[in-house]
Design a protein. Structure first.
Length: 318
């Protein structure tokens, strides 16, 4: 990313990069929750946590970029090492722990950006904030970022902040979303709010998610985050055990992510948009998500394994 930033400083290089990686076609355009996406392939949260590379990422042909997860206060995240590759599985395990420079720092960078790419703001709570006070953290993030992002994502599904996933339960989640919706509606131009969910939810919990989305009136769901499951991996079991805790992403989560998308879309009778994420490495993977009902998609681990041309290859395939 440092090299990409240097290349993009050279006059004319941004235009050259765009010509190499950007696929323009009316068939790729999507209009969702009042936003017009030039193509359906976005970069998931967790990669550009602090909005440092938004302009450069636009040159690689992404239709949108989700920054974060951002917390109100800067925090270092979990101890290193905290990110591991499983090449045999085309997967990653991470326990980053919402390492970021805080919501104000991200907002400042976004105010100074040059590109007009659609930006999502993925927001979470600080590690030291107890769950009973989590709402306050989400409100602070929304207030800091409201001017500079196009949509918000409420992250209650990372496995790397202790207790965070408990906020996916119906009562606390409804409280957070209802309050954020109220705050959002007070702005002159309210921003769409989406909810990012874990792949490890049961069907009953997914039914609750459908109810919550419809009752709160939020714009949609991002399915799914990383999994705590370690089933079916090709990597040696002792290596997996030595890595320890963290969220698994990449090819091993592809099937479950697609199942969750299909369940949400079928059970809700296509009542709200879903952004599909989890194990998208090729155009075929992307088509699988679209066929399951995804309206847009995001990549992260696929970007690591497939390289800078992933958005181009997927868009051409679609």
């Amino acid at each position: 990313m440092g090299l990409l930033k240097i290349i993009c400083y050279i006059p004319g290089m941004k235009a050259l990069m765009r010509s190499m990686y950007l696929v323009k076609n009316e068939k790729l355009e999507r209009e969702l929750f009042g936003l017009k996406f030039p193509n359906p392939v976005g970069l998931a949260a967790g990669f550009d946590k602090d909005a440092r590379w938004v302009d450069e990422l636009e040159c690689l042909g992404f239709g949108f970029v989700e920054i974060g997860t951002v917390t109100p206060l800067a925090q270092p995240g979990n101890d290193k090492p905290r990110l591991f590759r499983l090449p045999k599985d085309e997967a990653l395990i991470n326990r980053m722990g919402f390492n970021n420079q805080g919501a104000i720092a991200a907002a400042t960078r976004l105010k100074n950006r040059k590109s007009s790419i659609i930006i999502g703001g993925n927001i979470g709570k600080n590690k030291v904030t107890p769950n009973e006070e989590a709402l306050s953290d989400y409100i602070k993030c929304m207030e800091a970022l409201h001017e500079v992002v196009d949509y918000f994502v409420v992250n209650v599904s990372s496995p790397n902040t202790p207790g965070l996933r408990a906020l996916q339960e119906k009562e606390p989640l409804m409280n957070i979303l209802a309050n954020l919706q109220q705050l959002n509606s007070a702005y002159h131009k309210p921003k769409p709010i989406l909810l990012k969910i874990a792949p490890d939810l049961t069907d009953e919990q997914l039914d609750d998610i459908i109810d919550i989305v419809q009752q709160s009136g939020i714009a949609g769901v991002i399915a799914t985050n990383t999994t705590i499951s370690r089933e079916g991996l090709l990597t040696d079991k002792t290596e997996i055990e030595s890595i320890g805790a963290g969220g698994l992403s990449g090819i091993p989560v592809r099937k479950r992510s697609t199942e969750v998308i299909k369940y949400l879309k079928t059970k809700s009778h296509n009542a709200f948009p879903v952004i599909g994420v989890g194990g998208i490495h090729t155009a075929q993977d992307a088509k699988e998500k679209l066929e399951a009902g995804a309206d847009l998609m995001q990549v992260y681990t696929g970007f690591i394994y497939e390289g800078p041309s992933i958005a181009k290859k997927i868009n051409e395939g679609i």
